[in-house]
Design a protein around this ligand. Structure first.
Ligand SMILES: [Zn+2]
Length: 113
């Protein structure tokens, strides 16, 4: 499970942000994770408590916003979720698509108080 490493990396980035902005306490970290990202949200959530245990982020909440793996059909322009539809356009049954979202991994927000 490489999610623990990803969580540590996120904490490091947050840590730098906290120092640069001289923040006292981080209330919440919001991540944006695409459905096709290498990180699995459920595993991130499972790793998180261990990663922040006995650190300054022990009380910091983790929120994960999952972005859908959406693609646009190159044949009929239908936008559809390629995981739900197994990469086949529900409108025209074509499989030629352009990915619009789903590969993101961003720290969307650091909520500090
Ligand atoms: Zn189509």
């Amino acid at each position: 499970m490489h999610e623990l490493g990803i969580v540590y990396e996120v904490i490091n980035i947050v840590d730098r942000f906290v120092q640069e902005n001289q923040l006292i306490k981080v209330d919440k970290i919001v991540l944006e994770v695409g459905q096709l990202s290498q990180a699995i949200p459920r595993f991130l959530e499972e790793c998180y408590p261990a990663a922040v245990s006995e650190t300054a982020y022990e009380d910091t909440k983790l929120e994960i916003i999952v972005l859908p793996a959406n693609a646009k059909c190159k044949t009929c322009n239908e936008v559809y979720n390629i995981i739900e539809h197994r990469k086949i356009c529900p409108e025209c049954r074509g499989d030629d698509y352009e990915l619009i979202s789903g590969q993101e991994f961003n720290i969307k927000e650091i909520v500090a108080c």
